[in-house]
Design a protein around this ligand. Structure first.
Ligand SMILES: NC(=O)C1=CN([C@@H]2O[C@H](COP(=O)(O)OP(=O)(O)OC[C@H]3O[C@@H](n4cnc5c(N)ncnc54)[C@H](O)[C@@H]3O)[C@@H](O)[C@H]2O)C=CC1
Ligand SMILES: O=C(O)CCC(=O)C(=O)O
Length: 426
């Protein structure tokens, strides 16, 4: 039996889905286990900076709509903050804060010279035109321009944002700065200083974690049955990589439902038919719910969509021996404990999804030096970084007898705490 970070009392039901509270709880436990005093927790439990903005956008019908956006900078002791921008109707200030804390932890685990940042806008880009999205992207950059920049805070893509949106944001920032500034943002198109391999980097990193986790469980990926929730940037590339590696992808889903075929889905066909928001199931009559998808009998389950998908309500019904979190925050703390007690190996988000920010770092380095790397160089470097991150978390979990999430927090928080101490902040 390993030590788990969570044990909620029954009257704390809402708190269990509060991603900020739960991440604070694990940070506290991780710092305690590492022997840091309480001041360190007081510093790290909230972002050092949080900006809320109101963005007016002229819509296609000539009306003006005001959108709410956020940029959270968790901690910049190690270096500039870094993290994606999410366009989603469910974005909240608390969620963006938690997402920025997770970015700090990722940077610590894969040893990047960054702290964590994250942004979000409350909107549904699936219902906006191309021109309205451009107005919103540019308006967001104007609103946050004072606190971001290539040596301050570097945005990137996340849910429902892509390389086109990064291009508009880079162009707007370059106009404000009166200087062509590709290092302001990552995840750009290649012709604007993007990096080879960034688009598929998150899925590549997840694939490396799956391969390593499978070895630990004595499972061969090419014999594995895989279920993936989410068919966007992370989920669709992952389906492709695993399918190409010989695994049988038997279930995938998007926001509207899931597809299941115990003999394996035709991934190349689905990739061809998905839209730019990762929607594909609308084209099919025989779909299953996301709830049923998560409970399918499989070897490897990958939540690659949104938060709070595996909770105490379904954790006992998860039918996989390995769960690898491509999404940020898909499993609650209570569910983490249930899965761990059931002997399911859970590779946590802050490790598994760190491939994206790793190649974003490579993109920023290439922009700063004006010298660009081949796809092979990027892949080789990403593999080394992810393997090292996986091993340090796995070994910490083994030696400290804690679950992989707590181990990842222990590895991730240390660099930040040390940097803050050397700077004389605590
Ligand atoms: N894009 C990146 O580089 C990185 C993404 N992530 C995380 O991976 C997850 C997925 O992100 P992306 O693939 O980039 O987003 P995306 O926008 O490309 O795709 C999102 C997918 O999730 C589905 N989805 C949205 N809401 C859903 C819901 N309520 N239930 C079920 N499915 C839903 C969408 O239909 C789509 O298939 C997020 O948690 C994100 O933060 C983590 C690290 C890096
Ligand atoms: O590529 C980046 O800088 C950030 C990616 C991101 O937002 C994430 O890992 O959640």
């Amino acid at each position: 039996m390993v030590d788990n970070q969570a044990s909620d009392s029954p009257n704390e039901n809402n708190d269990k889905l509060d991603v900020l509270k739960s991440t604070q709880k694990v940070i506290h436990t991780a710092l305690d286990k590492l022997g840091y005093p309480d001041e360190v927790y007081e510093l790290l439990k909230e972002p050092v900076r949080m900006m809320a903005v109101r963005i007016p956008v002229r819509m296609d019908d000539d009306s003006i709509k005001i959108f709410t956006g956020f940029r959270s900078q968790h901690n910049d002791a190690v270096g500039p903050t870094k993290g994606g921008v999410r366009f989603h109707p469910d974005v909240t200030e608390k969620e963006v804060k938690a997402l920025s804390i997770w970015m700090s932890l990722k940077a610590g685990i894969v040893d990047l010279p960054y702290g964590g940042g994250k942004g979000g806008i409350v909107c549904d880009p699936r219902e906006m035109s191309f021109r309205e999205l451009e107005g919103l992207s540019r308006g967001y950059v104007r609103s946050i321009s004072q606190i971001v920049g290539p040596t301050k805070d570097i945005p990137a893509p996340d849910v429902f944002t892509n390389s086109q949106i990064m291009a508009w944001m880079m162009d707007e920032y370059s106009r404000i700065d009166e200087f062509n500034n590709p290092g302001f943002i990552t995840g750009k198109p290649l012709v604007l200083g993007g990096s080879h391999g960034r688009e598929s980097a998150t899925a590549k990193g997840v694939t490396i974690c799956i391969q390593e986790a499978a070895k630990k469980k004595g499972l061969d990926v090419k014999d594995a049955r895989v279920v993936i929730q989410g068919f966007g940037n992370a989920g669709s590339f992952l389906a492709k990589f695993l399918n190409d590696a010989g695994a049988k992808v038997i279930g995938i889903s998007d926001a509207y439902g899931g597809l299941h075929d115990p003999d394996g889905l035709d991934i190349d066909y689905l990739l061809d038919r998905r839209d730019s928001f990762g929607t594909v199931t609308k084209l099919f009559k025989n779909t299953i719910s996301n709830t049923d998808l998560l409970e399918l009998d499989c070897d490897i389950l990958v939540p690659a969509a949104v938060e709070n998908q595996i909770t105490e309500d379904n954790a006992y019904n998860i039918n996989a021996s390995i769960v690898v979190e491509a999404a940020n925050g898909p499993t609650t703390l209570t569910a983490t404990k249930i899965l761990s007690d059931r002997g399911i190996l859970l590779v946590p988000d802050v490790l598994a999804s760190a491939g994206g920010v790793t190649v974003s770092y490579f993109e920023w380095v290439q922009n700063n030096q004006g010298y660009y790397w081949s796809e092979e160089e990027v892949e080789e470097k990403l593999y080394k970084v992810m393997l090292k991150g996986f091993n340090s978390v796995y070994n910490t979990a083994e030696t400290r007898r804690v679950d992989m999430r707590l181990a990842a927090y222990m590895v991730g928080v240390r660099k930040m705490a040390e940097a803050a101490r050397f700077r004389g902040w605590i």
